[in-house]
Ligand binder design. Structure first.
Ligand SMILES: [Zn+2]
Length: 265
C-alpha cells in the first residue's frame, strides 16, 4: 500500500514537473509569426529516422503524392534503438530524392531539457558537420527537440538561431500566432488507441486554417510504443488530404505559411 502511494506521488510530481517545463518552454524566448494562410496545412514528421519510417511510412506518403520530414541524429545511424533499426547514411540521399526533408535531431540525440545547453549546441553543429560529410552542401533547415521535446530556456533561445523553425510536442495544432522556436506537434502514438482525437484535430485545423504537424517514429505491423501500424498512418494521411489541407514537409510548410503572413519579431 505504501509502495503504491509512493508510486502515485511520484507520478503526480512527474506530471507537475512536465507541466512546469512546458509552461516555461512555451513562454520564454518566443519567435512569433502570425499565420495568414488561406488554407489549412498539415505536415508529417518522423523523429530518429528508423528505417520503417522511410520504407513503410515514406511509401504511404509517396503513394498519396505527398512528402514528410525526417528528423535524424547522425550519431545513431545503423544502430538498433528503442524505435527499431535506424537508417544508414545511404538513406539520407534517398529521402531527399523522394522529395522529403531531412531535419536536425542533434547528433547524439540529446534530451532537450536534461542536456547542458552548451553541449546541446555542440551536438547541433556536430550533426550539421556529419550531414555535410555524407552530402556536401546539404543543410538542415528545421529541427525537432529530442526525448522530452521541451527545451530549457537557454537551449530554446540558442537553438532558434540555427533553424527556420523548431518542433516540440504538446499534442496541439498551430493556430494563429505561432512560436517558430516551439512549434506544436501531435505524437500519433499517444493517441493510437483513440484515433477520434486525431480526426477531431484535423477538423479543428481545417476550420481554423491552422498548421497541424503530426509526429511519430516507426511505422510497422508490430510497432514499438513510439510508433504506429501502417493502416492507422494511412488513415491519418487520407483524412488529412480529404480535409483540404496542403500536405508539406515542415520547411516548405513554413515557406507557405510565411508567404501570406507577417513576422511579428
Ligand atoms: Zn528522438
Amino acid at each position: 500500500m505504501r509502495e503504491e502511494r509512493r508510486a502515485s506521488i511520484g507520478a503526480l510530481l512527474e506530471r507537475v514537473q512536465g507541466k512546469y517545463r512546458r509552461t516555461v518552454a512555451a513562454a520564454l524566448h518566443r519567435r512569433p509569426l502570425e499565420m495568414r494562410n488561406a488554407v489549412p496545412v498539415i505536415s508529417f514528421t518522423f523523429d530518429d529516422f528508423p528505417l520503417s519510417a522511410f520504407e513503410v511510412g515514406g511509401e504511404i506518403l509517396r503513394q498519396h503524392g505527398v512528402a514528410g520530414t525526417y528528423y535524424v541524429s547522425l550519431g545513431l545511424l545503423d544502430r538498433e534503438e528503442s524505435v527499431g533499426r535506424i537508417c544508414s547514411a545511404a538513406h539520407l540521399q534517398e529521402v531527399l530524392n523522394q522529395g522529403h526533408e531531412l531535419g536536425c535531431h542533434t547528433f547524439a540525440h540529446c534530451d532537450a531539457w536534461d542536456t547542458d545547453p552548451q553541449y546541446f549546441r555542440h551536438s547541433i553543429l556536430e550533426n550539421q558537420r556529419a550531414l555535410e560529410g555524407v552530402m556536401p552542401g546539404a543543410k538542415f533547415e528545421t529541427m525537432s527537440y529530442p526525448i522530452s521535446t521541451t527545451p530549457r530556456p537557454q537551449t530554446k533561445n540558442e537553438t532558434g538561431r540555427h533553424f527556420a523553425c523548431c518542433r516540440a510536442g504538446s499534442q496541439m495544432a498551430n493556430i494563429g500566432v505561432v512560436d517558430l522556436n516551439y512549434m506544436y506537434s501531435f505524437f500519433i502514438e499517444r493517441s493510437r488507441a483513440r484515433p477520434n482525437v486525431m480526426w477531431d484535430l484535423i477538423e479543428h485545423n481545417r476550420r481554423e486554417n491552422g498548421w497541424l504537424i503530426f509526429s511519430t517514429h516507426d511505422i510497422s505491423y508490430s510497432p514499438t510504443i513510439y510508433g504506429c501500424v501502417p493502416q492507422l498512418f494511412e488513415q491519418i494521411v487520407e483524412r488529412s488530404i480529404a480535409s483540404g489541407a496542403k500536405i508539406l514537409p515542415v520547411s516548405r510548410a513554413l515557406a507557405f505559411v510565411r508567404g501570406s503572413s507577417v513576422p511579428l519579431a
